[in-house]
Design a protein around this ligand. Structure first.
Ligand code: FE2
Length: 192
């Protein structure tokens, strides 16, 4: 499956610009996490280690969030249908489904998408309170401070982000650094 096919699905499922940017942000984070695991001797994790698949899973994880009216019951079902139509890799479908508990998180890809999803939201919120509203003005230290301040972007689930330590064996500070850098490198695409 290609990145272009992923963008076609975002269009077909009528994603708003904001939602597309959220998908993109998670996609960039996933590609960076893939690189991290490639460099850092991941535990044997089988055939899901394809960078493009990791990015696409990120781009599409919330593709039907708006069209299913934010109903958790139906969330990921429309995306699954579309992906099955084009015979997408089952590992991508699983990773998308398990980010909202529709399947068990087994692979590193599954666990990565779960942990980085909410962190990208926290980082966007951290950028938007900067005077210039830019990602380049956000530091990993300030994200860590905001992470600890439960009243900041209260909707960003800290427990979910913290699974980077248990599920991925990456400490939180490092994880914040990887995801923040990935988003900063692609700030133009993210409009931040
Ligand atoms: Fe998400």
């Amino acid at each position: 499956m290609t990145r272009d096919e992923a963008f076609k699905i975002l269009e077909e499922l009528k994603n708003s610009e904001n939602m597309k940017k959220h998908g993109l942000a998670v996609g960039f984070a996933m590609a960076a996490l893939y690189d991290y695991f490639q460099k850092n001797n991941p535990p044997a994790d089988g055939p899901e280690m394809k960078k493009g698949d990791w990015e696409i899973a990120g781009i599409l994880h919330d593709a039907d969030y708006e069209i299913t009216n934010k109903s958790l019951d139906r969330h990921t079902e429309e995306t699954t249908k579309k992906l099955k139509e084009i015979k997408a890799d089952q590992l991508i479908i699983n990773a998308i489904r398990c980010h909202c508990d529709k399947a068990e998180r087994k692979t590193l890809m599954d666990k990565s998408i779960y942990a980085c999803d909410e962190l990208t939201g926290l980082i966007v919120a951290a950028a938007l309170v900067q005077p210039d509203k830019k990602l380049k003005s956000v530091s990993a230290e300030s994200v860590m401070r905001k992470f600890k301040d439960k009243s900041f972007a209260a909707g960003a689930n800290r427990d979910q982000i913290n699974t980077c330590e248990t599920g991925l064996k990456i400490n939180l500070e490092k994880f914040v650094g990887i995801v923040l850098t990935a988003m900063q490198k692609n700030s133009e695409d993210l409009g931040l």
